[in-house]
Ligand binder design. Structure first.
Ligand code: HSE
Length: 440
């Protein structure tokens, strides 16, 4: 009889519960794949299981996750508690420190301490895997670490937060409010415990930081990421983008530029018809450009079943003896990333202005843009109160006129300076809305 892989699991939330369920339901298939059974022998959870229907069998309950991580009765510690600090960090360090393999879905932990933990794992010859930390069920960590091991990657970008994509999709398709869509995402178990992590772009930033490191062989550098969330987007922007031939998505983008590695998270206009533009609902997508090929991976990025699939895939690798270094190369060899400043970002821009409706306003706007050498691809001005998809709002007929500009490629700096110049002239009734355009 082959010895089973004995699993100690900390955290029985949405993902932890789904892992327990999958280990039970797919036991025979997993045994075939792994060459031996994968068995839950102990668990730690401060709350009762999220999924009340799961069968914990004879697994022993341990009250302290750190004690579980050190338990000699387990072969692998699976950390599904989340959070960049303790107890997750202490427990992962305890396991790796003893040479015990660790599997985690904790993107915040990897984004903050990934390199130090990888060094600890390598020093103690322990496997350390985190496929589920990025884009839920999409095997993008393995793709970057192994599948594209021969290519020189130039850009990696995508939709990395299911909650935001779900909200933007439902707002756009059903003309629903932001708040109603967020509530539904929470009910479906997509959102983080604190949803400001999702909508503020920070969850995307954590995942992007990990992808950047895997793609460019550089140390994880989450501090360098420019982050904007989706809170300031209005239905008017989604509708205007639609009319101009774009969809609005929250993207994480990392690319090599002449000034260094650019990492940014912000609402982004992508041309309709591009693969990324068509990714709707809770789905995630990661596009990878390289010197040899380009590809896009699409799949569910959140929720119990998808994320548990990635955790269990890491368990199967471990049980069958397949092994990679955490970042696909020795952690000590990861380079110090050269940060490209956001002010130097180059690309097209969507700008929505609430212009005071009087003679000369348009001339002032045009002068502001010309002053920074910004060339305009399109200009749309509507009469006050006219909504982009038709229908008059008589209440606002006296108000400012929406002016929408699409620029040709320019720089972040130039756009900021041009808008500051226009604002100084007193012709804007609101702060300008700026959305960057990404070439696909
Ligand atoms: N809150 C995350 C999302 C879950 O919505 O994508 C997966 O990290």
């Amino acid at each position: 009889m082959v010895e089973p892989l004995k699993v100690g699991l900390a955290g029985l939330g949405t993902v932890g519960s789904a892992v327990v369920r999958m280990l039970g339901q797919s036991r025979d298939a997993l045994t075939l794949r792994a060459g031996r059974p994968i068995e839950l022998v102990a668990y730690a959870s401060k709350d009762p299981p999220k999924d009340k229907g799961i069968d914990l069998g004879k697994a022993k309950k341990v009250s302290d996750p750190v004690a579980l991580a050190k338990d000699p009765g387990i072969d692998v510690f699976v950390e599904l508690m989340g959070g960049e600090g303790d107890p997750a960090k202490a427990a992962v360090e305890a396991a790796l420190g003893q040479g015990r393999p660790v599997i985690t879905a904790n993107k915040a932990l990897i984004a903050k301490h990934g390199v130090a933990l990888a060094k600890l794992a390598e020093k103690n010859n322990a496997a350390f895997s985190f496929e589920a930390a990025v884009a839920g069920g999409i095997p993008v960590v393995k793709t970057l670490r192994e599948g594209l091991g021969g290519a020189r990657i130039t850009r990696v970008y995508g939709i990395l937060n299911g909650t935001c994509n779900y909200i933007l999709t439902r707002m756009y398709k059903e003309r629903l409010s932001f708040a109603a869509c967020l509530k539904e995402a929470q009910r479906l178990g997509y959102a983080e415990a604190d949803p400001s992590f999702d909508i503020g772009g920070f969850d995307t930033a954590h995942k992007l930081a990990i992808l950047t490191s895997l793609a460019f062989g550089s140390e994880v550098d989450s501090e360098a990421i420019y982050v904007e969330g989706i809170e300031t987007l209005s239905l008017a922007d989604l509708e205007a983008a639609d009319e101009l031939g774009y969809r609005v998505k929250l993207l994480g983008v990392a690319q090599r530029t002449e000034t260094g590695i650019e990492q940014r998270v912000h609402p982004t206009m992508v041309p309709k018809g591009s693969v990324i533009a068509e990714i709707d609902g809770v789905l995630n997508a990661v596009a990878i450009d390289s010197d040899m090929l380009g590809l896009t991976l699409v799949g569910p990025g959140a929720g119990g079943p998808a994320t548990s699939s990635a955790v269990v895939a890491d368990l199967v690798d471990l049980a069958s003896g397949r092994r990679s270094l955490p970042f696909g190369r020795p952690a000590a060899s990861l380079s110090k990333p050269k940060r490209a400043p956001m002010q130097r970002h180059e690309g097209g821009y969507y700008i929505r202005l609430a212009a005071v409706d009087r003679p000369g306003t348009m001339a002032i706007i045009a002068k502001g843009m010309a002053g920074e050498n910004i060339s305009l691809e399109s200009i749309v001005q509507r009469h006050p109160g006219l909504r982009p998809h038709g229908g008059d709002d008589p209440k606002s007929a006296e108000g400012p006129a929406p002016v929408i500009l699409i620029t040709y490629a320019t720089t972040e700096d130039a756009v900021r300076r041009a808008l500051a110049a226009v604002e100084r002239e007193g012709v804007l009734a609101e702060k300008p809305q700026v959305i960057r355009i990404e070439k696909s």
